[in-house]
Design a protein around this ligand. Structure first.
Ligand SMILES: *[C@@H]1O[C@H](CO)[C@@H](O)[C@H](O)[C@H]1NC(C)=O
Length: 207
């Protein structure tokens, strides 16, 4: 990323000081991601906001060649054939994805962020890491829900978020059998707890 900076010096009564100091970086106003139709962050651009799913890029359809992604955010991009890729870092050249992006979805802050907790009734479970809704399914769990068998979601859960004041109990087996664990708050990756793709039944409770 290039930077442009300027120092404005002033002399007043023998005092030399720095009046203004400003560092210009393209896109320090970006909330999630910005795509440009030229290499090196030049030309026309389009923004993808936090948790925004852009199914139509308008004039930028299949034109993006470079992208800036805010720290902590990820941009999931899709081409016309439905292929997708998750981009985690700014890139002055999209290589294999140059002029291929037809849709995009941007997310920040994972399971710990404000967005993950919004409209939460008891818990939300995700197929992918970091409570990502850009790809994979998500499952809403209400207070007092007891799910003895997750059906197609069985052994597929990788991250979750539980509403403050509530707790989620999960079991390795159907019908609340086998190993059990209680989760609260946001968990970006169930791998760290050894529960990735292992949940088969669950209960959610709020105080
Ligand atoms: C879970 O309980 C249901 C209903 O009692 C039963 O039909 C099913 O076989 C049980 N599943 C397992 C894996 O024990």
């Amino acid at each position: 990323m290039w930077g442009k900076s300027f120092l404005l010096l002033f002399i007043s009564g023998g005092v030399v000081g720095i009046l203004g100091q400003q560092f210009f970086t393209p896109g320090n106003d970006i909330r999630c991601a910005r795509m440009w139709d030229q290499l090196g962050f030049e030309g026309n651009n389009v923004d993808c906001d936090q948790n925004e799913r852009k199914t139509n890029l308008g004039g930028m359809d299949c034109k993006a060649e470079s992208v800036i992604i805010r720290n902590g955010c990820t941009l999931t991009v899709y081409d016309k054939t439905g292929c997708k890729r998750t981009i985690e870092r700014s890139s002055s050249c999209l290589w294999g994805w140059n002029r291929r992006i037809a849709a995009a979805c941007c997310e920040c802050d994972g399971c710990q962020g404000e967005v993950a907790v919004r409209d939460l009734s008891c818990a939300r479970l995700y197929q992918n890491l970091k409570c990502s809704s850009c790809s994979g399914f998500r499952l809403e769990i209400n207070p007092l829900d007891a799910v003895p068998h997750l059906q197609i979601f069985n052994n597929e859960i990788s991250s979750l978020v539980v509403k403050p004041g509530c707790s989620l109990s999960v079991w390795e087996g159907q019908n609340f059998t086998g190993n059990m664990e209680i989760f609260t708050g946001g968990v970006d990756s169930l791998m760290t707890q050894g529960w990735n793709d292992r949940v088969s039944s669950l209960k959610c409770n709020c105080q």
